[in-house]
Design a protein around this ligand. Structure first.
Ligand SMILES: [Zn+2]
Length: 103
């Protein structure tokens, strides 16, 4: 059967958006945008504003990890996670840190 029963009868265009980046429990304001001129491309503006917000998170929150030679030696020797004792495997490989809620 080559017939479609979907009939497009309206076209919705976004008129604005709101998002809130929640990161490391630091308080941040939601980002709001409402279209004021017809030529504004809401999807492009959404992507630009989201990128700016993420750049701010990266520049303000990410610090270089303090990883001494002793830490490196322990890391290379480790066969299991020191917190959850789960063994490292090929499909669950060794990383410096992993989330104990999501894995
Ligand atoms: Zn673990």
């Amino acid at each position: 059967m080559n017939r479609s029963f979907t009939k497009a009868y309206q076209k919705h265009k976004p008129s604005g958006f709101c998002f809130h980046v929640k990161c490391l429990d630091k308080y941040s304001e939601p980002v709001l945008f409402t279209k004021t001129r017809e030529e504004e491309n809401v999807a492009d503006i959404f992507v630009d504003m989201l990128e700016k917000e993420i750049d701010q998170v990266w520049s303000s929150e990410v610090k270089e990890t303090i990883f001494s030679e002793d830490d490196r030696a322990k890391f290379e020797k480790a066969r299991e996670c020191w917190i959850c004792q789960k063994l490292f495997e090929e499909s669950d490989y060794k990383v410096r840190d992993h989330c104990h809620f999501s894995g």
